[in-house]
Design a binder for this molecule. Structure first.
Ligand SMILES: Cc1cc2nc3c(=O)[nH]c(=O)nc-3n(C[C@H](O)[C@H](O)[C@H](O)COP(=O)(O)O)c2cc1C
Length: 149
């Protein structure tokens, strides 16, 4: 199972209709391609984690990276994992309210990543936060947390 994590930025403030379109296409396509993951939209930037069969994930990332609705996609993590960390989400989505101190604390590391303020190699820590978020949202499910890079 391959897991990819990238961040990107948008030029103009993306509209709700754009986000809606991205999510509808993602959930439809990802279900067919066996892709799961999570997409965050923070401060006009994206952070997305994708997991699935290696070829499917790479093809999808190439397509996403050339999507004109964002720019400057940078991979932060590209690793093999023993099993899915987001099995129930063909594409989870969250637009955290960063005015709320608790939410801002939780997603702070994602915001720093989107703004390019993390050192190289910190993708694992961001993935850890996302997996914790998933585990909290799906607390009735067994938790697969991967610390290893
Ligand atoms: C930030 C971002 C994340 C995206 N994530 C996905 C995704 O997980 N799966 C997907 O199929 N398309 C995703 N897309 C959309 C693709 O770039 C592309 O528009 C879409 O796959 C085309 O699908 P369609 O031919 O079925 O319309 C994403 C786009 C953006 C800007």
């Amino acid at each position: 199972m391959r897991q990819l994590l990238y961040v990107s930025n948008t030029v103009d403030e993306l509209g709700l209709a754009d986000l809606d379109q991205i999510l509808t296409a993602s959930r439809r396509n990802n279900a067919m391609m066996g892709i799961t993951g999570l997409l965050l939209f923070i401060d006009g930037g994206f952070l997305q984690i994708l997991e699935g069969e290696e070829r499917a994930v790479r093809e999808l990332y190439t397509r996403i990276a050339s999507d004109p609705r964002h720019r400057n996609a940078r991979l932060m993590l590209d690793r093999e994992v023993p099993s899915r960390a987001f099995p129930e989400w063909n594409m989870g989505f969250e637009r955290p309210c960063m005015d709320d101190p608790e939410t801002a604390g939780m997603f702070g590391v994602a915001r720093e990543a989107i703004h390019g303020r993390l050192s190289p190699g910190t993708g694992r820590i961001v993935a850890m936060m996302l997996q914790t978020f998933y585990a909290v949202q799906n607390s009735d499910l067994p938790v697969n947390l991967y610390y290893a890079g």
